[in-house]
Write a protein that binds this ligand. Structure first.
Ligand code: HEM
Length: 396
């Protein structure tokens, strides 16, 4: 029995559940849903389960795998406990987000914001993981992967400050939706641009091995770490941000572009990932850089615009992140299964490009929202196949 097999199965199951929730959102745009469902809550349930159970545990499992590559590591049981509690809490938060969102839930005479409380507990399990990770002594601190992991975890902890800020802010007398929104977006952008990108680059570097790079290895991660903290103003209402915030956000984007491009160039040169899935991961990484360049160049593109934001997030999270994770974990799976998953993710991304407002309207198929719904169901089918495969093959 491989060490993290069950946890990986649960993580993949979370992806399936969260993807069905995404499908439900698309279904609800065309057909009536029972009254207990609200779009905002369906979106919260989808995105939180993806973040809590699909993004964090697999990255952490791959990190521990890399640390233990050269032998046994101390406290493997503690890591397992930590990840199990993390995943359990992620599942527990799901029904509360789905049916109540951030609204308080009545329990007896008390009204408690249960989704927010459970989210706080999930963040505590991130601290627990970071504590276990950083106290490991037998670490090979020379590897690039290692540096990226350290930076990724640090940035995950920093991102959580934004989320705590929102909760604490609710109890103050200050009534400013802008401050609350700024903190929420600080969390989101540091989580996605910092933790996710550094984490994925780290696990790909772990596969690629070492690298000769003279100017200093800080270039691999520092610009992404600082850049991810600077770009959140793009998600705020454009008319509300000051010139200083805007230039800081542009500087953050440029930092991320530089470091991400450097990583991508060297990883492609080392042929770190191969085959259709691996090349698609690199292609999507290049697309992410292209998006960022488009936001920096003088034009009318505002990255925070809803349809562009949803498209960008899915290129990054469903595309770049999910495909890299599947490629790295499912090494013995038949290629056609991984290719089906890749194809389904690419179709979701293509369908989102079509509704982004930047696709020629003559090329948008009739009944586009119907097709958007159909395509949203495809990753569910592809992920179920991968999940069934985990009962035949052992992974991690
Ligand atoms: C599996 C296929 C997926 C489908 C069908 C899907 C579908 C959706 C839908 C319908 C929305 C709401 C869009 C809107 O507000 O107009 C959404 C939002 C979102 N999804 Fe997904 N999604 C998928 C995968 C993922 C993955 C893998 C992640 C993260 C790991 C993710 C993270 C998010 C986030 C963070 C949002 C909120 C965006 C925002 O409003 O700020 N999704 N998704």
């Amino acid at each position: 029995m491989k060490r993290f097999h069950r946890l990986w199965q649960l993580s993949l199951f979370s992806f399936i559940l969260a993807a069905i929730t995404g499908f439900l959102y698309r279904y609800g745009m065309l057909y009536p849903l029972p009254e207990l469902f609200h779009f905002a809550n369906i979106r919260h349930a989808h995105s939180h389960l993806m973040f809590f159970n699909w993004v964090c545990p697999p990255l952490m499992i791959l990190m521990i795998q890399h640390l233990s590559k050269n032998g046994k590591i101390d406290g493997l049981k503690s890591f397992k406990w930590c990840l199990s509690v993390m995943i359990l809490l992620g599942f527990l938060s799901y029904p509360f987000f789905l049916f109540y969102g951030y609204q308080p839930v009545s329990i007896g005479s008390a009204n408690l914001p249960l989704a927010a409380i459970i989210s706080g507990l999930v963040m505590i399990t991130w601290y627990w993981f970071a504590w276990l990770y950083f106290k490991l002594e037998e670490r090979d601190s020379a590897s690039v992967a290692h540096m990226m992991f350290d930076a990724a975890l640090l940035v995950l902890l920093i991102s959580s400050l934004g989320a705590w800020g929102v909760s604490i802010f609710q109890f103050t007398t200050i009534d400013s939706p802008q401050v609350s929104s700024a903190m929420t977006h600080f969390f989101l952008s540091v989580f996605t641009e910092g933790w996710t990108i550094l984490g994925v680059l780290g696990v790909i570097w772990a596969k690629a091995g070492s690298v000769e790079f003279k100017p200093g290895t800080g270039w691999f991660w520092m610009p992404i770490l600082f850049g991810s903290m600077m770009i959140f103003p793009f998600s705020l209402t454009q008319s509300l941000i000051t010139p200083a915030m805007l230039y800081t956000a542009y500087a953050g984007l440029i930092l991320i572009i530089l470091s991400f491009s450097l990583n991508l160039y060297l990883l492609i040169k080392q042929k770190a990932l191969k085959g259709f899935v691996g090349h698609t991961v690199f292609f999507l990484a290049a697309l992410i850089i292209f998006f960022k360049l488009a936001a920096v160049l003088p034009n009318d593109i505002w990255p925070g615009e809803h349809s562009l934001r949803v498209l960008y997030l899915h290129v990054l999270l469903l595309g770049f992140f999910s495909l890299a994770i599947i490629e790295l974990i499912h090494q013995n799976t038949p290629q056609w299964m991984k290719k089906s998953f890749t194809g389904s993710a690419l179709l979701v991304i293509l369908s989102l490009i079509m509704v982004s407002g930047y696709w020629p309207s003559v090329l948008v198929p009739p009944n586009i929202f119907f097709w958007l719904m159909v395509v949203a169901g495809l990753p569910v089918v592809a992920a179920v196949l991968l999940w069934i495969d985990t009962f035949r093959n052992q992974y991690h």
